[in-house]
Every structure is written in structure tokens, then in C-alpha cells.
Design a protein around this ligand. Sequence first.
Ligand code: SF4
Ligand code: SF4
Length: 406
Amino acid sequence: MRTPKTVPPVKRTDITDITEKCTNCGNCRVICPDFKYKKEESHSTRGRISLIKGLYLNELNNTKLLSDKIFSCLNCGQCSKYCPADVDYKTLIKLSKSRLSRNSYIKRFVLSGLFSSDKTRSEFFFKCLRKALVLFYSKPAVRFFRYGLLKLLRLPGDSVFPQISEKDFFSLGIRNKLSSYKGFRIALFTGCGGKYLYPETTDRFVRILRHSGIQVIIPKNQVCCGNPLENAGILKQSSGNIKINTACYNSLKDIRCIVSLCGRAMNSLTGRRYSEKIRLPLKSWAELFFEENIRIKPLYKSSVIFHLCPKCGSADHYIKLLNTAYTEDDKKPEMITEFCGSTELMDRSNMAVRDSVTGAFFLNNSLENYTHIACVSFECVEHLNSFFIRKNANIRALHFIDAFDL
Ligand code: SF4
Ligand code: SF4
């Protein structure tokens, strides 16, 4: 694993100002999954803050061991809720991972292409990936391709890639009838998940909205939300994506709000790090359903469990929606509000911690008793399916919308 020889110079505003706020109270250790797994101070939030501080004040050397401890963080953000000093740990870890970048040239090339702020480039990379994945999952004769690809990307031998749909959302060519128009439009932010991985889920969502009299605008110029790049420490490009999406959605007129099917993608639009802000209100799709009294029927009565990951934001609207969708005659839906372990899919440095968190999540919630788990972000769907396939578990993850119909 390549590690840079020198650490870039300290920028007081973005590293030391954050680390100096930490009072060393240790509250954050209670929740940190990495600390629970390793049981070492240097694998806790507080420990990582001390390491980062030492590194940027040139008191510690940038060794592989130190870098491993920093990359062990799953970016779950749970520690921030326990911090009385309001330390902006999320920004700290992102800046640190970016500066200690462990991306090989190939990985950076692939990630920057797939999640590019240039729509045409991104489409080309997804087209190539679609073809590559056909080979990856094909017969033994071309299995050498699988071995080569994993080696190239420095991923473990049992890695599972997301399946990419044959057509992206804009190529589906499906039109849904608009009935009894309510008189307003909303803008949908699909993200890569809703565009390339799960276009049918997006289409189902548009069908439900149009059937309920809501017109949906889906700008073709939107690009990836930037989360995969940010998680991989490619911050500059991630900022570029957010800027393009902000400009794209701010140019829309007569729109009531922006919604997305992906909790993580939606979080990126808050644009805290950028001067230009999203002008339109951002709403969770469940909040919209609730406000507009959109009725949906559950497709599964007993074999599904609903997952409201704390990494995706507030669970309140999803809980209200579930309680309304499941009528009194139905068995009440079962829900999990625990972190599932999802993090950057192409980072192998925290695989053991991640597997331990997801393994505990699987056992604590007796997931072997269900056929499906419904999630509110495409990243959780992908993370959980990758785990289930690797562990030969029968359950599969799907998006919330795919657990309902009109
Ligand atoms: S973000 Fe999650 S894994 Fe990282 S330090 Fe905080 S609680 Fe631990
Ligand atoms: S809870 Fe906040 S102030 Fe306390 S040790 Fe953790 S990061 Fe520092």
C-alpha cells in the first residue's frame, strides 16, 4: 500500500481548529464501532483526533500503521451525536483521509471517471463498467478477468460489485400517466443509484407520484452526488459535482421542492462547504408522501424488515409513512434504526471492522428470518447485498420504494 512520504503542511483553519476543540472527555468511545471491535484507544474517535493532531503538528510520522487507524473509521458519524464539544469530526476525517490518500492511480482513475462531474464522461465509464461486469460475473472461461480486475483495484478476492442495469433511467423510455394534477411540480435528484443501478425503482417512484397528480422534473444535467468521491478522499472533484448539481437545481423554476430516493445523495445537496446554496427546499420523499396523503400498499406483509440507517438522516418521516402504509389489519412493520456498517465500497482497509459491524447487525436483528430488508439509501442496499452474497445468506436488500406499490 502506497503512503505519501510527507504530509502536506498544516492549515490551521481546517485541521487544528477542529482538533483543538476536543476536550478528551471520551463520550464518543461509547458508540464508535471501530473502538468496540478493536478495543484500542487509537481506534476510537478521540484516539484518531490525537493521531491526526500529532501528524499535522509533525510530532508523529506518517506510517502505514497510523494511516490504517485513520482509514479504519467507517464515516458513520455516530460519534458526533455524543460529542458535547461539537467537534466537527466528519470534516476532520474527510480532510485527513484526503491528505493521506491511499488511492492507487487506477482506483482514482476509475472513481473519477464513474462519478465524474462531466455527464458524458460518467456515462462512458458506466457503459464500460456494465460491459466489464458482464465478464466479471460470466462463465469460468473468462474468470481470469475477475482475478485481474480485483488485483488492479486492490480489492479482496470475494468482493462483490453492484449489478448495473442494462439501461439507465433516461433510456427506459417509460412514460407514466399524470392523473388529476394537483397543480405543482417537484424536482427529483436520482443520483447514480437511481440512474444506473436501480432505474426501475426511480420509474416506480415517478409512477406513484404522477398517479397521485404530482408532476416530476428530472434534470438530465444532474451528475453524481459526489459521495463516493468524498468517501474515497477525492474532495476537490466531489466539490465540483456538488457545485454542478446546485447550479442545475437552482436553475429550475416553479418547483415546490427537491426529493431524492437516496438519503446519502440528499445529504450532499445541503452544500455546507460551498458558497452557493440550494435555493429550493429539500424534502425527504417520505415527508412528501405523508404531506400529500399519498397512499401506498406494502408488497410484503411479514418477510420484510425496514432499515432506517442513522447515516441517512432523520427516520421520523419514514416511521410515520410505514405506520400509515401498514393498516390496522396488517402485521405492524418491523424496523431497525441501527448502523449497518456501510461505507466506501472500494476501500479494503476497514473490511474486518465493517464485516464485524454488519455481522452483528445481521445476528442482532435475526435477519436470517426475513427474505428482504428495505433501506432508504442505495449505498446501504449495495453494502448489505454485498455482505449477504459473500456470506451465502438468503436475504436480499432492496430500496423502500420496491417494497410498496399503488
Ligand atoms: S465516524 Fe463512526 S467509525 Fe468513525 S470515529 Fe465516529 S463513530 Fe467511530
Ligand atoms: S466526545 Fe467530543 S470532546 Fe469528547 S473526546 Fe470525543 S470528540 Fe473529544
